[in-house]
Design a protein around this ligand. Structure first.
Ligand SMILES: *[C@@H]1O[C@H](CO)[C@@H](O)[C@H](O)[C@H]1NC(C)=O
Ligand SMILES: *[C@@H]1O[C@H](CO)[C@@H](O)[C@H](O)[C@H]1NC(C)=O
Ligand SMILES: *[C@@H]1O[C@H](CO)[C@@H](O)[C@H](O)[C@H]1NC(C)=O
Ligand SMILES: *[C@@H]1O[C@H](CO)[C@@H](O)[C@H](O)[C@H]1NC(C)=O
Ligand SMILES: *[C@@H]1O[C@H](CO)[C@@H](O)[C@H](O)[C@H]1NC(C)=O
Ligand SMILES: *[C@@H]1O[C@H](CO)[C@@H](O)[C@H](O)[C@H]1NC(C)=O
Ligand SMILES: *[C@@H]1O[C@H](CO)[C@@H](O)[C@H](O)[C@H]1NC(C)=O
Ligand SMILES: *[C@@H]1O[C@H](CO)[C@@H](O)[C@H](O)[C@H]1NC(C)=O
Ligand SMILES: *[C@@H]1O[C@H](CO)[C@@H](O)[C@H](O)[C@H]1NC(C)=O
Ligand SMILES: *[C@@H]1O[C@H](CO)[C@@H](O)[C@H](O)[C@H]1NC(C)=O
Ligand SMILES: *[C@@H]1O[C@H](CO)[C@@H](O)[C@H](O)[C@H]1NC(C)=O
Ligand SMILES: *[C@@H]1O[C@H](CO)[C@@H](O)[C@H](O)[C@H]1NC(C)=O
Length: 729
């Protein structure tokens, strides 16, 4: 008989069919179903996702999260991500012998990985991130030769990385970040030799130590490298790293790396270079321009010195350049600023941060040539001098301009009104003079305006009242002289208003009871003469109130007892008379209280927060009385005249509804009162920038300091606005 190729083929297929049939007799879909039922029975499924779907009446292949193969009807993928499943991972999953892909990420699985998972010889994808798994990373994983993607980030794995992992020779992605792994990192040494297919390696946020080995350069397919937040990772960045032509992302932020940044010989695809927060020194190499695809360069908070290379402009795709907090300079020459003119080539440039470098010199006018796509220009604390160039007004997309803490002089350029989208403007701590440019009032989206600590004179602009987006207005420590415009009362959403240390008079703006969101009000060290408005007592969220060093008269309003969030109250150095209202005893958050240098009289309240205050809070008044520790005369008991006066006073000043108001304590207020740092930042608006930051009161809360003089010191250190103007008048 002639050889019949078709027959041959058929018989081969036949044989295979037999093999498959034999396999089926051992394990089939029923085995998978059984294993999944066992799995379901052993975990907690609060959303009943499995309970509602995984039923014997439905084919396993139609169950939620389950996929079956096309050829063999067996379970090949199990994806149960983000279902709030809780428990240990049941070993029965090891029976899903055709499984190719297992994704249990973003649940609440805890405990050790069952060794039965090692039986899943076909597995190519294992994703267990964002659970609470603990114990060591099992060494049997090394036998899972087919696994290409292994992600176990954000669990509680501890111990060292098992050496057997080098046997996972098909690995393309290895993510072990955010665990508690320790041990020396030279281990990737082997890894570099044995895992040639590795494309992504993430070990961030572990306790690993040692140095990045030169052999890392052997990972010739590497695209992403994430070694962040490992304070014990030290030594140099290996030269070979910048010779991996496939690299796209290098992320080494917040380690302890030192030495120079090696030349960028061959990284044509590099897109992100993140080296923030190390101890790198020397120059930023000119060769950075060889990495021509760079978009995002964040290498700030290091010790880089010398000039900023003007080759940066060759990075045509550059969008974000952060080189702040180093030792970079311009040597006070125009040449030293040529990096800035080169950056004009980067048409998609959005962010330039050079803050906290000793740049020195004058901002050149060619800053105006930078792309109008620029949204952030941050040059805080750079020893800049001279005028702010008019050209900064070119950036119609600018969101944040921060030039605070320099030596800038001249006046605010009127062109600033061209920054139509501006949300934050910080020119504080300079030597800027002249009146405030009216064009500022056209910045309709401005959220934060900080012009404090300058030499501005003229009036507080009436048109500020039109800037209804304002949340933070800081004009303290200038030479402004005018009435406080009543238009400020239009700023219904304002959180902080600081006009301290100026020459402001008129008290209209003291009637701030309608500014319901106010957290901080500082009008101290001005020339205010008036009664204190009792409406202030309705400001439930107010944290800090400073009216000291004015010429205020009248009584302390009884309604102040309603300031339930208040942590700081300074009314010292005024002309206040009458009693200290007993209602103030209710201010349970009050940490700093000062009514010294007034004309107050009567008994100092003794309950609530008052036992925490010392004599300096009360000194130099007319006729206060109380316990000896406050260095005031004792109160004479039962003197008819005295008690009659108190009743009269109470009748005069009591506002009927502050008790009601305080019963409206919302959760938010309680959280504020409890002074939890992170909660507070969130409550106060989330995107809080430290520079414009919440001050004194929040800071006090941080340490939970005792409510006495110590608190005052810390507050005054924070509040640079407290210059003694009264002594200069
Ligand atoms: C699976 O195999 C078992 C025996 O091991 C058999 O009883 C069952 O009918 C098979 N199920 C299917 C779906 O083939
Ligand atoms: C699992 O499903 C989610 C969406 O529900 C998807 O984002 C994820 O990529 C899937 N995992 C796998 C391994 O396919
Ligand atoms: C998971 O549980 C948490 C509470 O533990 C709940 O807030 C969340 O909404 C649940 N997630 C889903 C997807 O239902
Ligand atoms: C499945 O796995 C469990 C635990 O690993 C084991 O006890 C059981 O015998 C297995 N069942 C089948 C049908 O293979
Ligand atoms: C990790 O363990 C620590 C205690 O060792 C525990 O506080 C933490 O909640 C655990 N994290 C997770 C995600 O389970
Ligand atoms: C890797 O696997 C081989 C055999 O497959 C074994 O001999 C070797 O010991 C393994 N290496 C490690 C580090 O486990
Ligand atoms: C960083 O490394 C230096 C030596 O280079 C060492 O003195 C220092 O303690 C390290 N910092 C940390 C947090 O380990
Ligand atoms: C860069 O890589 C090439 C091969 O890809 C190699 O020949 C060369 O020596 C490497 N250079 C450095 C500085 O590592
Ligand atoms: C890398 O940059 C340096 C300095 O700018 C330059 O001399 C060199 O020719 C560049 N190399 C490549 C391959 O572009
Ligand atoms: C700028 O961004 C646009 C839109 O994302 C993109 O199409 C363009 O290629 C970018 N230009 C450069 C030079 O990167
Ligand atoms: C900063 O650089 C100057 C020279 O430009 C040098 O004298 C100084 O020591 C450096 N400071 C730091 C902290 O590296
Ligand atoms: C004030 O604070 C200091 C420092 O914490 C503390 O030692 C002292 O006892 C406090 N005084 C009063 C009166 O609470």
């Amino acid at each position: 008989m002639k050889y019949n190729p078709c027959f041959h083929l058929l018989s081969v297929l036949w044989m295979q069919y037999f093999v498959v049939c034999l396999a089926i007799t051992v394990r089939n879909l029923t085995t998978d179903q059984f294993a999944l039922f066992q799995f379901k029975d052993r975990i907690f499924d609060p959303q009943n996702v499995l309970a509602n779907s995984w039923k014997a009446s439905t084919s396993v292949c139609k169950w939620v999260g389950v996929s079956c193969g096309v050829i063999h009807e067996r379970v090949v993928a199990l994806n149960l991500t983000n279902l709030n499943l809780t428990g240990t991972i049941p070993p029965h999953l090891g029976n899903l012998s055709f499984l190719l892909s297992l994704d249990l990420s973003s649940n609440h699985f805890y405990g050790h990985l069952p060794k039965e998972l090692g039986q899943l010889h076909r597995l190519g994808f294992l994703e267990l991130s964002f659970n609470g798994l603990n114990g060591e990373i099992p060494s049997w994983l090394g036998n899972s030769h087919r696994v290409k993607i292994l992600k176990m980030t954000s669990n509680n794995f501890t111990g060292t990385i098992p050496p057997t992992l080098v046997n996972m020779s098909n690995l393309e992605i290895l993510d072990l970040g955010s665990n508690q792994l320790f041990g020396q990192i030279p281990y990737p040494d082997d890894l570099c030799v044995h895992l040639p297919k590795l494309e992504s390696l993430f070990l961030s946020a572990n306790e690993l130590s040692g140095e990045i080995p030169e052999e890392i350069g052997d990972l010739s397919n590497l695209e992403e490298l994430g070694f962040q937040e490992m304070k014990n990772l030290k030594g140099r960045i290996p030269t070979s790293l910048f010779n991996i032509s496939s690299l796209k992302i290098i992320s080494f932020a917040y380690n302890n790396l030192s030495g120079n940044l090696p030349p960028m010989t061959n990284v044509p695809k590099l897109d992100e270079l993140i080296l923030w927060g190390n101890k790198l020194s020397g120059n930023i190499p000119n060769s950075i321009s060889n990495a021509s695809m760079l978009k995002h360069v964040d290498i700030g908070s290091n010790f880089f010195s010398g000039l900023i290379p003007d080759t940066l402009g060759n990075l045509r795709h550059l969008e974000r350049l952060l080189i702040g907090d180093s030792n970079l300079t311009t040597e006070s020459t125009t040449h030293g600023w040529s990096f800035l003119s080169s950056l004009a080539n980067c048409r998609n440039f959005t962010l330039l941060e050079v803050s906290e470098n000793p740049l020195k010199g004058v901002l050149p006018t060619f800053i105006g040539n930078l792309s109008t796509s620029l949204q952030y220009f941050l040059a805080h604390g750079c020893e800049l001098e001279g005028n702010i160039p008019m050209e900064v007004g070119n950036f119609s997309n600018m969101l944040l301009l921060s030039l605070g803490n320099n030596e800038l002089s001249g006046s605010i350029p009127t062109s600033i009104g061209g920054l139509r989208d501006l949300q934050g403007l910080d020119l504080s701590s300079n030597k800027i003079g002249g009146p405030i440019a009216e064009s500022i009032c056209g910045l309709e989206k401005l959220d934060t305006l900080d012009l404090s600590l300058n030499e501005l004179h003229g009036p507080v602009l009436t048109c500020f009242g039109d800037m209804t987006s304002l949340r933070y207005l800081h004009l303290g420590s200038n030479k402004l002289s005018s009435a406080i415009p009543s238009t400020l009362l239009n700023l219904k959403d304002i959180l902080e208003l600081d006009l301290s240390s100026n020459y402001l008079n008129n008290s209209l703006a003291l009637d701030v009871g309608d500014l319901r969101s106010l957290l901080k009000l500082n009008l101290s060290r001005n020339l205010l003469t008036a009664d204190i408005s009792s409406t202030i007592g309705g400001l439930l969220t107010l944290l800090s109130l400073d009216l000291s060093d004015n010429k205020l008269h009248g009584h302390i309003p009884e309604s102040f007892g309603g300031l339930i969030s208040l942590g700081f109250l300074d009314l010292s150095n005024n002309n206040l008379s009458g009693l200290i209202p007993k209602s103030l005893e209710k201010l349970s958050s009050l940490k700093y209280f000062n009514v010294s240098f007034n004309r107050l009289e009567g008994e100092i309240p003794t309950n609530g927060c008052f036992p925490n205050f010392s004599s300096t809070s009360f000194m130099n008044n007319s006729a206060l009385c109380g316990p000896p520790r406050l260095l005031v005369p004792p109160c004479k008991k039962n003197i008819h005249k005295n008690s009659k006066m108190m009743i009269l006073h109470a009748l005069r000043t009591t506002r009927p509804n502050f008790m009601m108001v305080s019963s409206h304590l919302t959760k938010k207020h309680v959280a504020l009162v409890n002074c939890n740092e992170s909660d507070k930042a969130e409550l106060l608006g989330g995107d809080e920038d430290e520079r414009f930051g919440l001050d004194a009161v929040v800071d006090q809360c941080k340490g939970g300091q005792p409510p006495n003089e110590t608190a005052k010191d810390s507050v005054e250190n924070q509040d640079k606005g407290h210059q003694n103007l009264s002594s200069t008048t």
